[in-house]
Design a protein around this ligand. Structure first.
Ligand SMILES: [Zn+2]
Length: 70
């Protein structure tokens, strides 16, 4: 009856077991596969925003600072 971590199926669907949500590297593998399927991260963003009916918000402060500092 201990609180033991049960091995779980990897979230990517490969059928492998892992302690966390992913077998190390499989989250990146899935992300790359999704990006490849839809035609890139920009296209993926467009699809998700279409589905959400809103823009995906994220912190662009550092980027702006970087691009416009010189
Ligand atoms: Zn996996």
């Amino acid at each position: 009856m201990g609180i033991k971590l049960q091995p779980k199926y990897c979230a990517c669907g490969c059928g492998g077991f892992c302690k966390g949500k992913w077998i190390p590297g499989h989250d990146q593998r899935l992300r790359a596969a999704i990006e490849n399927e839809v035609g890139g991260l920009v296209e993926l963003r467009r699809i998700v925003e279409e589905r959400l009916h809103r823009s995906i918000e994220f912190d662009q402060t550092d980027t702006r600072k970087h691009w416009y500092s010189n």
